[in-house]
Design a protein. Structure first.
Length: 117
């Protein structure tokens, strides 16, 4: 079986992305890291197949995606649709949040994640 999670050849790219996290990623990570949220382990910049996820919890098979403006272009919407179908094929659920929601309504975002859990 082909390894599709965090393959060794993606380590440098993942480290780079973690080092250069967006303000939105940093804000949500404050609540998800160190099993602070519902006791769940989340990873940042987790690679699944050909895709990098913003956050991933393997125990509940949940990807959390944060969407900036590039996600609302026709190309971005199509890319996200293909990626979500791939995740579904692995029985992984995806929750997506607009960057503005994370920055201005973190409590609402956390409540939506909690509903899934």
């Amino acid at each position: 079986m082909q390894k599709i999670y965090n393959t060794p050849n993606t380590e440098i790219k993942r480290k780079e992305l973690r080092k250069n996290s967006t303000e939105t990623e940093k804000k949500l990570w404050q609540y998800l890291r160190n099993r602070q949220f519902e006791g769940l382990k989340f990873y940042r910049q987790y690679w699944i197949g050909n895709y990098i996820t913003d956050f991933y919890s393997p125990s509940i098979k949940l990807v959390i995606g944060l969407d900036g403006s590039q996600h609302f272009t026709p190309e971005g919407l199509e890319y996200d649709k293909i990626r979500e179908n791939f995740m579904k094929s692995l029985e992984i659920k995806t929750l997506r949040f607009n960057n503005n929601d994370v920055l201005t309504n973190i409590e609402g975002v956390l409540e939506e994640i909690k509903k899934f859990v």
